[in-house]
Write a protein that binds this ligand. Sequence first.
Ligand SMILES: O=C(O)CCC(=O)C(=O)O
Length: 277
Amino acid sequence: MRHTGRSIERSLIDSVIDAPAFAACDASARASYDRDGVVCLRQAFAPHWLGQIADGIAQDCARPHRFFRDETPPGSPAKYLFGFWSWPDNPALRDVVFNSPAAGIAGRLMGADAVTMIMDNWFLREAGATNGAPWHHDEPYFDFDGGRMCAIWIPLEPASREEALTFAAGSHRWGKLFMPFDFRDRVAFDGVAAHGGYAALPDIDGAPETYRLIAWALEPGDCLVFDLRTLHCATAGTRPLPRTIRRLSLRFGDQDVRFRPRGVWTEEITRFLIDQG
Ligand SMILES: O=C(O)CCC(=O)C(=O)O
């Protein structure tokens, strides 16, 4: 695939998307994505890509790098791990980023003229782990701003609704940014409150009838695509799961997205990105 290293131009978006993924991004999928801020695409990723993601996660676990994180809280009998910005040193994940249908899916759903990679981020939650992603939306975790941004969430194992994510449909249009949380301790990052630009999260679990909550069961090959402003959480956020699950989130932006350091809580990533040029 041809790419500039930073972004894929409009003329190339369709060249990285194969027929099943192209078909999955039909008008109905695009309408759901726009309305709800999330859509489930069935069988968009061939088994080859799931194998590459599994190999990429295994490489990171065998040789943890600068952005490998153990987010296991004290007392949890099993681990919750993740890694991000792996692809520069991880051939399998690099292949997924540049050659899988992911960028094409992101481009079609966002209606983009160009697609820029924002971040690769895998999650591994061992059977029995007592934490998963709390309610959050992704944008406040990243040094990117403006334009449209989305995440493609690809589970490697079958995911029941309990093992997948739950979304507050339409929350990408609330016009608000909410405080980002540390996934291990479920507290706002240092410096967020002082920044002042982020609202406190509403207590969604305390009044679920107030929101339009949506979730899907997924098979390997399926994916969820969501706007970086759509609030979501691991459905079983604190309940242990019976099996180990692995997921990859690939985040992309359109041609209007710009690098903008967000705050003290993203400083390590800011430095990394500046060093990358
Ligand atoms: O799969 C998970 O454990 C969390 C994924 C997530 O919240 C995200 O990618 O924003």
